[in-house]
Write a protein that binds this ligand. Structure first.
Ligand SMILES: [Zn+2]
Length: 135
């Protein structure tokens, strides 16, 4: 762990926060922090994994906030739908930024798709019964 203010590495224990996490005090600048202080989830009351799961469910399955609150309640976590809304609003941009480098094309580019499968434009194929009247 490094101090967020001075990058120092020497700490002394300085009690516990309301969540029961150990507080450390920097020996150089006296800043107090926990292991959680550098987390993106700092300042949120619920455990990080619960918050991350709710946001993931929203982004992956497009569930309404109330349904996510209900799913969490079934697992013993009682959260209001407006809290889920707050989490989604706050954490969606960092999730998008983190996912962007891992995005892949769902469909190959038109040129490589044609080359691989012998695909031809629809307009070049006969569609439906022949309209020719010649017999
Ligand atoms: Zn420090």
């Amino acid at each position: 762990m490094r101090c967020q203010r001075c990058e120092g590495r020497r700490f002394t224990k300085a009690g516990r926060d309301r969540a029961g996490r150990q507080i450390y005090q920097c020996e150089t600048c006296a800043r107090r922090q926990t292991d959680h202080s550098a987390s993106a989830f700092r300042g949120y009351r619920f455990p990080d994994d619960i918050t991350a799961l709710a946001v993931r469910w929203y982004l992956r399955f497009r569930l309404p906030y109330a349904d996510i609150a209900e799913l969490l309640a079934e697992r013993g976590v009682h959260v209001d739908a407006s809290t889920v809304y707050d989490w989604v609003q706050h954490f969606t941009p960092p999730y998008k930024d983190a996912a962007r480098p891992h995005r892949q094309r769902v469909v190959p580019s038109g040129r490589s798709m044609r080359r691989l499968s012998g695909w031809r434009p629809v307009g070049s194929m006969p569609i439906g019964p022949s309209t020719s009247t010649a017999r």
